[in-house]
Design a protein around this ligand. Structure first.
Ligand SMILES: *Cc1c(COP(=O)(O)O)cnc(C)c1O
Length: 387
């Protein structure tokens, strides 16, 4: 069978053609033809007011944190079960994370625990859409509105997924996408910021262009450009945008391929779940997933770690996910303790992600399912104990 990796990038076939075209156009710096094509495609498909490509989701989150004018001592409500970039982005502005526990079903921030954490210093909520499944955005937006807070969606994993009738990233004040190699649609390293509140569009362009009004200049709206604000360089090269365009054109086909793989896992494990041996992911009724990942929850940490080792011997790479940020060295330094967020800590110990990539073949998936099943039904315990 050969080793089954956890993740593998896949290509649509047009990437090199578009890169070649971008190079022939002799505009390979930021905001060239393919950058415009990518933004236009996404703005239309996602019904978004403004989408700007960035060098990463990390940078999109940083850009959003600059735009909301965070200051030393401001507080941000955020899950601890997330990637470091969600929190680094606003800590770089001097703001502090206020961690909230997650829901056991979706692994997303528990919307019912947000309000009790709001103080006079709270500036924003940063919900994270885990595995391409939306947080309860109606509730989160309602809390934000009543308390005058911004909402910055970390939709790194949520591109082309929906909450009710809206695409993720288009629901908060800002949305942030990732096109990192490990995401559904990718260009190696890349991202985008979605600006849903028109008041921020002009300044977003300026901050992304080193604090200059160069975007206006290129559109012919002013006759020279100058330094008008703080900023950084958040534009990707047009070569990367050319690569990305090939992927974005195939978004729905890619999502469909991933849906088939996801559903085969669900089907393959549903008896195990009925037997009470495993917990499977849940997609709430009002959410449309982009099938970013497939994971299971085992009984406990010991069983999860033994399963990882067992699968490794069978040449299947499976991986756990986030170590909660509140229990990291930085989190402990901020005054958090192990035990503060029980669901987050429990999920972190029991969650296991299985191989998931677009060209994962049926026979490989059958092999993964039968190995996980055999292990969880105890049929391989004796051999496993020998090691
Ligand atoms: C991947 C990811 C990021 C970071 O994305 P980059 O494009 O690599 O910066 C941030 N948040 C979450 C939830 C992610 O999954």
């Amino acid at each position: 069978m050969g080793k089954i990796p956890f993740n593998k990038p896949s290509f649509t076939g047009s990437e090199l053609k578009y890169i070649n075209d971008s190079v022939s156009n002799q505009h390979i710096s930021g905001d060239g033809l393919y950058t415009q094509k990518c933004s236009a495609l996404m703005e239309q498909k996602f019904n978004a007011k403004k989408i700007l490509l960035t060098t990463s989701c990390t940078h999109a989150l940083e850009l959003a944190s600059i735009l909301i004018d965070l200051k030393e001592g401001d507080e941000i409500i955020v899950p601890s079960y997330t990637f470091v970039s969600t929190v680094n982005a606003f800590m770089l502005r001097g703001a502090k994370p206020v961690f909230v526990d997650i829901r056991l079903d979706t692994k997303n921030i528990d919307e019912n625990l947000i309000e009790e954490k709001i103080t006079s210093r709270t500036k924003a909520i940063f919900p994270v859409h885990y595995a391409g499944i939306s947080c309860d955005m109606d509730k989160i937006n309602d809390i934000a509105k009543r308390n005058n807070l911004y909402v910055i969606e970390d939709a790194a994993q949520g591109v082309n997924a929906k909450y009710k009738n809206n695409y993720l990233g288009t629901i908060g004040t800002f949305g942030c996408y990732s096109f990192h190699e490990t995401k559904n649609f990718m260009c190696g390293e890349g991202g985008a910021i979605i600006i849903n509140d028109e008041r921020f569009i002009e300044r977003a362009e300026i901050v992304r262009e080193k604090g200059t009004n160069r975007s206006k200049f290129f559109r012919g709206e002013i006759d020279k450009y100058t330094w008008v604000d703080i900023g950084s360089s958040y534009l990707p090269s047009d070569i990367l945008a050319a690569f990305l365009y090939a992927q974005l054109e195939s978004m729905d086909a890619i999502t469909n391929t991933r849906k088939i793989i996801y559903n085969k896992y669900i089907e393959g494990f549903k008896d195990l779940e009925k037997e009470g041996r495993v917990l499977l992911p849940v997609i709430p009724e009002n959410c449309l997933s982009n099938y970013h990942m497939f994971y299971i929850l085992t009984e406990d940490e010991t069983q999860r770690d033994r399963l990882i080792n067992y699968l490794k011997k069978q040449e299947i790479v499976s991986v756990f996910h986030y170590v909660p940020l509140h229990s990291s060295p930085i989190g402990l330094n901020l005054g958090y303790s192990v035990g503060d967020l029980p669901v987050t800590e429990d999920v972190s110990k029991r969650l296991l992600r299985l191989p998931f990539y677009n060209d994962l073949t049926d026979d490989k998936q059958d092999y993964i399912i039968s190995n996980v099943t055999a292990f969880l039904r105890g049929k391989v315990l004796s051999t496993n104990r020998l090691n």
